[in-house]
Design a protein. Structure first.
Length: 293
């Protein structure tokens, strides 16, 4: 699946029809505001974008010119978030996935393991979700299906010790990549967020060689609520990137723009379905072109 096939509802058509109408500039801007908000872009961000459109299009209100400025604005937002490359540096790497309950973490761990294995990496998975009864067996099942080894822990075990054990195994054998699954947690529960903070510390201590990637898995169908999640997870675990799962369930691209604008953290992957291969690399160019094509 390509980004093009996901965001079928392009904004360009709607924007073009507004720009072709004989309305005056203020009316046009009002309608554009509505179009952008309906695509899930947050109010603040829409105001920012409109503000700079107003400034830059003082004298002319040419259609192409407008779209170019709008594209530039959105691309600028993405460029504040760093490169967001998915290629792993040479040597050993750890990726840990965090997020609220049911956002798609376990599935994404399997997808990411599969993705890098297909690119020649030797991958180990760790099931540090010891909270739910099915937490580790769900990942173990994925491991069996994909032929990837999984380190598990018993239910109720300290997730920190599962992570620690998996890192020991990861370091002592010739693995290239360790992908860690964690339990789902709501960002408003302080004790669970503290546990996450501890997990991040365990990783840092057991693997000081290189900073681990901490990826926040966000359910793309959740719209605006995702911003608060991103803020809190960043505070407690220092997330370095975002995976937007379930993008196949939403035709709106606004959530992506909001998170990147607010958090200045790159989106790395998009989850496009329930199967292991349903993962695509996020490309900001392609995304913006698609949204406004
Ligand atoms: N359509 C679609 N479904 C997905 C995607 N990713 C995950 N799912 C589904 O979402 C549900 C939850 O996925 P999990 O991977 O178990 O989510 P989780 O974050 O590990 O859940 P907890 O461990 O309970 O917090 C499952 O039914 C998955 O099949 C996706 O990209 N697209
Ligand atoms: Mg899970």
């Amino acid at each position: 699946m390509k980004i093009k096939e996901i965001f079928k509802t392009s904004l360009k058509q709607k924007i073009n029809s507004v720009l072709s109408s004989k309305k005056d500039k203020e009316e046009i801007l009002e309608e554009l505001e509505e179009i952008l908000i309906l695509s899930d872009i947050s109010m603040d961000l829409v105001q920012r974008i409109l503000g700079s459109l107003r400034k830059r299009n003082k004298f002319s209100f040419d259609k192409e010119d407008f779209l170019t400025v709008l594209k530039e604005e959105i691309k600028n937002i993405f460029s504040t978030a760093g490169p967001g490359a998915v290629e792993l540096p040479a040597g050993k790497n750890i990726i840990a996935l965090v997020g609220i309950n049911g956002s798609g973490k376990t599935t994404t761990v399997a997808k990411i393991g599969n993705y890098y294995r297909d690119r020649g990496k030797k991958v180990l998975l760790a099931a540090a979700d010891t909270f739910r009864a099915a937490g580790s067996s769900q990942l173990a099942l994925w491991g069996e299906r994909l032929g990837l080894p999984v380190i598990t822990g018993d239910r109720g075990a300290d997730p920190g010790s599962v992570v620690y054990n998996s890192i020991t195994s990861f370091k002592s054998k010739d693995y290239d990549l360790l992908v860690v699954d964690t339990a789902g947690r709501v960002q408003t529960k302080d004790n669970l967020m503290k546990e996450l903070e501890k997990l991040a510390k365990v990783i840092k201590k057991a693997f000081p060689e290189r900073e681990a990637e901490i990826l926040l898995v966000v359910d793309a169908t959740m719209g605006q609520n995702t911003l608060d999640q991103a803020r809190r997870f960043k505070e407690f675990s220092g997330i370095t990137g975002i995976v937007l799962a379930k993008i196949d369930g939403t035709a709106k691209g606004g959530t992506v723009v909001n998170i990147v604008a607010e958090m200045k953290i790159p989106v790395k992957f998009l989850g496009t379905g329930e199967k292991a291969k349903d993962l695509i690399e996020f490309s900001r160019e392609e995304f913006v072109e698609t949204l406004l094509a």
